[in-house]
Structure formats: structure tokens, C-alpha cells
Design a protein around this ligand. Structure first.
Ligand code: GLN
Length: 537
């Protein structure tokens, strides 16, 4: 019997619903329950794959090839579960499904309406994961804030499901914000009360409230909120700002978020989970105070655009007893005159993924500088492609070497569109997406990093690839092709073994690094950066 937990938010966005969802998932899992976490986003796009990172942050890719919201990255990093395309739903998908069925004649004779047709489809999607897998809990996070026009059908679907399933099988956690008014010297609960009233007006009585706050909330204040909102006082939990998102599960455990839910659903509490390895990670993280400077060369100067890369570096940093300080270096500002200055002090450089022409010459200059100065460098997807172009231009001597993405006319298209991509006309969801196998070349640095595994599987998101006509030439001149997809022959990893650490991957290793299982390539990269930093001083 699967139980459903719905997480909604009020007052403001960016309060950390994703982190609360991931933390709760972690705690229930630690108590022995089988869980999944899914995100329902009310926007109309089918997926965030076509969205600019400025609109939506990073696009996270599941192993089965869905482009999704970055919150799914948190779910995986916290719980270690592998999400799938079922875990990411948008209004666009819901409407598309209903409209296609209408055209097929499935509803013949009926007027198609938001209630019941759209809401029924939302309810079906909420329960879909549990029809495929035996799950104890499905946690569903609803994007946006209460009161958003486009979110209404989702709230209505939750209201209906809560009613149908009853309190032992469905409950709602509402996350709000308690602001501190400095001038008055007071924390204010009115926005929370208003938000709960709004939710009640839509027919949902929240069972648990999580109050995001910058300051400790007194028990009186929590009592007041409980009193005004018809919520038990032990179900009013505070989520105070913490130095790391990874401390949130412990904070929730201390306040009994999971216990209150189990109690409400009539489940046995059992033993309090120890979360040993998680605590070990946090302790190590806290003790790792020595800074490791890593430069991120990319074109989006916003943190969320490279979320998974930042988290992967942080995981690997902790397990190598370092605090990674990632410095964003805008590739549009890099010139041949200032590249040395821009990368100064960096003990390692990541050349970031991306699309289109903007900022790529800066990435190429950075790749040249780190190659010729032997600074550990990790190129990811477009970053790897820029390493290849730089090598072709400056080592192989093809001045006009390029990617056909940037210059379709170049005679030296060392990066070229994949054959199967040439027929593609639609933009959304049509890249090479999700997990593909990669065979590692024995004796290579990548192979060593992966613990001498021969076949690994990694997630992709690209249309262009290394042009295999150039394999021999690169290999002869010192850039080795150390990972190949055994099925299609596509180049997945390049490296220069003569350098300290100069590796580019066509895939995105950052999508699969988790708190308890840091990614081997990030681990090895960070080790090399430490070695470099130490050798310099
Ligand atoms: N734009 C490149 C491609 O499509 C790289 C994509 C990426 O970095 N994710 O191949």
C-alpha cells in the first residue's frame, strides 16, 4: 500500500521545497521504507530542456534520458535513488496527453475540461511510479507557490486524492516563510497564516507546516502558528538557514518531521535512524577547511546553471579533505591577453557544458592555457569539445578547426553533428540523452580513475560528437581517445596522458555524483588539483 506525501509552498519561491522533499525522502529511506520523489511543474513546456538556464537553472538528465528540473538532482544526491522520466511532470505533458486522447476519440461525446480530465491525468501521473514499482512512499513536490494560476489544477488534484485515499495514505506538507523584520525586531507569522488560509480556501488542510526562517523560532511562535492554522504543534517544524543543504535531513530528524508523518499515518516509529555515513560525510565536510581553488569556465554567471558540477566538486572535495572554492570565470571575458590573469591562483579548471557560439573562444583560450601550463583540467561535454578544437588548432595545426555547431562550413570539423541527429527537425527532447555505455582504454587515466572498470555507463545530453575521421591523428599527436561507446563507436573521453590531468568527457559525470558515492572522475580530478596546488607552493 503506497502512501502519498504532497509538498506545496507558499509566501515565496526558492524556500527550498526540493531540499525538504529530498531530506524527507532520505529520512524515510533510512527507516527502511522504499520511496521515490517526483516533481510536478505547472509550466507549459513539456520539459525544461528547451529553457535557457537563466530561466530555470540547470537542466538535469535522468539515466533514462529525460531532461528535467534540477530538483531531481537533489533527490538523487540525497537518496541515491535513480529517478526516471516518471519523476518529472509538467502541465505541458499533462495537457498534451489529454489533447492527444481527445483527438484519438477516447473521450468521444464529452466536453474536455480541467476538472475532471486534466485533474484525472494529474492524479494518474502522481500514482504512476507506484504502479511500476512497489513503493511505500511517493513524495510529490509541486513547483511554484500557492495561488499561482497555472498551479490550480495540481492543487485540485491533490485535494481530490487526499480525500479519496484518506489521512492514513495521503498528507500535505506546506512550506512557508517567516520573515524577520529588522526595524520591528520581530519574526512575522502573518504571511504563513495567509498562505495556509489560501490553501484551505482550495480545500486542503495542511497536516505539517515547515517554516523557513533565518532566525530561530520560539516554541511560542510555533504554537501560535499551530493555533491559527489547525495544525498540531509538533507538526510545526522550522527550517532555519544552515551552512549546508546536507545538514537539512539531520535538522528535520531532530525536529521529528519523519516521526510526525509516520505517526499521522498510523505507522510504527521503530528505531531512530543513525544516518552514520551521512553524519561521517558532514563531519568530514566540516573538518575540511583547507581551500582548493577551482575555476569554472562557462558563460552563465549564475550558480544554478552548473548546480550538479558544483555539488560534484563539493562531494569530491570533502572526501579529499578539502573545501572546494569554485570561482566562476565568464568565458566571454577571456582574451589571449588576460587568460593567465583570469586563471591565476586556480589549482584546477573545469570547462563547462553549453550550447551555441557565445563565449566559446574564451573556453578554447582557457583550454590552451591550462594545456600549455599543465594545470589540471576537466572538460565536460561542450568543454570536452573545446579541448578537442583547441588541440586541433594549436597542435595539429588546423587553424580553422571547429565544431559544425559553431561553424557549419569549416573543412576541419573535428566536432561534427552525430549522424542520427541530421534527420532531427524538432528541438525538444531530441538530443542524445540519458545513459550510454563507455568502454575505457586499459592503462588510461580515466580507467585508473574508475578503479580499472572496463565498461561504465554515463549520462549524455548533446547533438555533436568527436569526428572519428580524426581518431588516428589525435592519438598519434598525444590526445588519446580513452573512452569509446562500444555500440556506436562514438568517442566519450579524451585525455592527454603526458599532462597532470587533462580529461574531457562527452558525457556529464556530474549527474551521478551523490553524497555517499562521489563520482570517481571528480574524485580523481580533485586529487590531481591538490597535487598541483601543493607542487606550486
Ligand atoms: N552543444 C554541444 C552539443 O550539442 C554540447 C552540449 C552540452 O554541453 N551539453 O553537442
Amino acid at each position: 500500500m503506497t502512501r502519498y506525501i504532497f509538498i506545496t509552498g507558499g509566501v515565496a519561491s526558492s524556500l527550498g521545497k526540493g531540499i525538504i522533499s529530498a531530506s524527507l525522502g532520505k529520512l524515510l529511506q533510512a527507516r527502511g521504507y522504499k520511496i521515490t520523489i517526483q516533481k510536478f511543474d505547472p509550466y507549459i513546456n513539456i520539459d525544461p530542456g528547451t529553457l535557457n538556464p537563466y530561466e530555470h537553472g540547470e537542466c538535469y538528465v535522468t539515466a533514462d534520458g529525460m531532461e528535467t528540473d534540477l530538483d531531481l538532482g537533489h533527490y538523487e544526491r540525497f537518496t541515491g535513488i535513480r529517478t526516471t522520466r516518471d519523476n518529472s511532470v509538467t502541465s505541458g505533458q499533462i495537457y498534451l496527453n489529454v489533447i492527444e486522447r481527445e483527438r484519438r476519440g477516447d473521450y468521444l461525446g464529452k466536453t474536455i475540461q480541467v476538472v475532471p480530465h486534466i485533474t484525472d491525468e494529474i492524479k494518474r501521473r502522481i500514482q504512476l511510479a507506484a504502479t511500476k514499482d512497489e513503493l511505500d512512499f511517493v513524495i510529490t513536490e509541486i513547483g511554484g507557490t500557492i495561488g499561482d494560476i497555472e498551479g490550480q489544477p495540481f492543487i485540485e488534484a491533490i485535494r481530490q486524492l487526499k480525500w479519496e485515499l484518506g489521512p492514513s495514505r495521503a498528507l500535505n506538507i506546506h512550506l512557508t516563510y517567516v520573515p524577520y523584520l529588522a526595524a520591528a525586531g520581530e519574526l512575522k507569522t502573518k504571511p504563513t497564516q495567509m498562505s495556509v488560509k489560501q490553501l484551505q480556501g482550495l480545500g486542503i488542510q495542511p497536516d505539517v507546516l515547515v517554516l523557513r526562517t533565518e532566525r530561530e523560532l520560539s516554541s511560542d511562535l510555533r504554537g501560535k502558528v499551530a493555533h491559527f492554522c489547525n495544525v498540531d504543534v509538533d507538526a510545526v517544524i522550522q527550517s532555519q538557514d544552515l551552512p549546508s543543504i546536507y545538514e537539512v535531513p539531520l535538522n528535520m530528524l531532530r525536529q521529528g518531521l519523519d516521526a510526525v508523518i509516520l505517526k499521522k499515518m498510523g505507522l510504527r516509529l521503530g528505531e531512530t535512524p543513525g544516518l552514520g555515513p551521512w553524519r561521517d560525510f558532514l563531519k568530514r565536510r566540516e573538518e575540511a577547511t583547507e581551500i582548493l581553488n577551482i575555476g569554472l569556465v562557462g558563460k552563465y554567471d549564475l550558480q544554478d546553471a552548473y548546480k550538479s558540477i558544483l555539488e560534484s566538486l563539493a562531494h569530491a572535495g570533502t572526501y579529499n579533505d578539502r573545501k572546494v572554492k569554485a570561482t566562476f570565470i565568464n568565458s566571454e571575458g577571456i582574451t589571449s591577453e588576460n587568460v593567465g590573469e583570469q586563471l591565476k591562483g586556480m589549482e584546477g579548471v573545469v570547462i563547462c557544458p553549453g550550447f551555441g557560439n557565445r563565449g566559446i573562444e574564451g573556453k578554447i583560450l582557457a583550454a590552451e592555457y591550462t594545456r600549455t601550463h599543465d594545470i589540471p583540467t576537466f572538460g565536460i561535454c561542450l568543454g570536452m569539445q573545446m579541448m578537442v578544437i583547441e588541440f586541433a588548432r594549436n597542435v595539429l595545426g588546423y587553424e580553422d578547426a571547429d565544431s559544425s555547431e559553431m561553424n557549419p562550413e569549416t573543412p576541419h570539423n573535428v566536432i561534427d553533428m552525430m549522424e542520427e541527429q541530421k534527420k532531427v527537425t524538432m528541438k525538444g527532447g531530441t538530443m542524445r540523452l540519458g545513459s550510454y555505455r563507455c568502454k575505457l582504454r586499459e592503462g588510461s587515466r580515466a580507467w585508473e580513475a574508475y578503479g580499472k572498470e572496463v565498461i561504465v555507463s554515463e549520462r549524455h545530453r548533446h547533438r555533436y560528437e568527436f569526428n572519428n575521421l580524426y581518431c588516428d591523428e589525435f592519438d598519434r599527436r598525444g590526445m588519446k581517445l580513452s573512452g569509446i561507446n562500444p555500440d556506436a563507436g562514438l568517442v566519450e573521453i579524451v585525455e592527454i596522458p603526458d599532462l597532470r590531468w587533462y580529461i574531457g568527457t562527452q558525457f556529464h559525470p556530474e549527474y551521478s555524483s551523490t553524497v555517499l558515492r562521489p563520482h570517481p572522475l571528480f574524485m580523481d580530478f580533485v586529487k590531481a588539483c591538490i597535487g598541483y596546488g601543493t607542487s606550486e607552493s
